[in-house]
Design a protein around this ligand. Structure first.
Ligand code: SF4
Ligand code: SF4
Length: 80
């Protein structure tokens, strides 16, 4: 699972998250979401460090950050 999850249908294409991401992990999609905006996407998940700056900047609360601890627990659950 990625550290950063963008809820594409909440995005209004303001580009703030792309501008502020220190790792340049985000890009604007050329496609459109249900509301007709070009949404941000996590184009380079390998670069994302989970810093949460994008989630803090998003005026639409369209980004969630999954901490590594939570991911580890999820992995343990998946393994069952
Ligand atoms: S969590 Fe940080 S590194 Fe990851 S996409 Fe958001 S701003 Fe970029
Ligand atoms: S900050 Fe939020 S609304 Fe703006 S482009 Fe990023 S995800 Fe979309």
């Amino acid at each position: 699972m990625d550290l950063c999850q963008i809820h594409v249908d909440r995005c209004k294409g303001c580009e703030l998250c792309v501008e502020f991401c220190p790792k340049h992990a985000l890009e604007m999609s050329e496609g459109r979401n249900a509301a007709g905006y070009h949404p941000a996407v996590l184009a380079h998940p390998d670069l994302c460090n989970g810093c949460a700056l994008c989630a803090e900047m998003c005026p639409e609360t369209g980004i969630e950050i999954y901490r590594r601890q939570k991911r580890a627990r999820q992995d343990a659950t998946d393994q069952g």
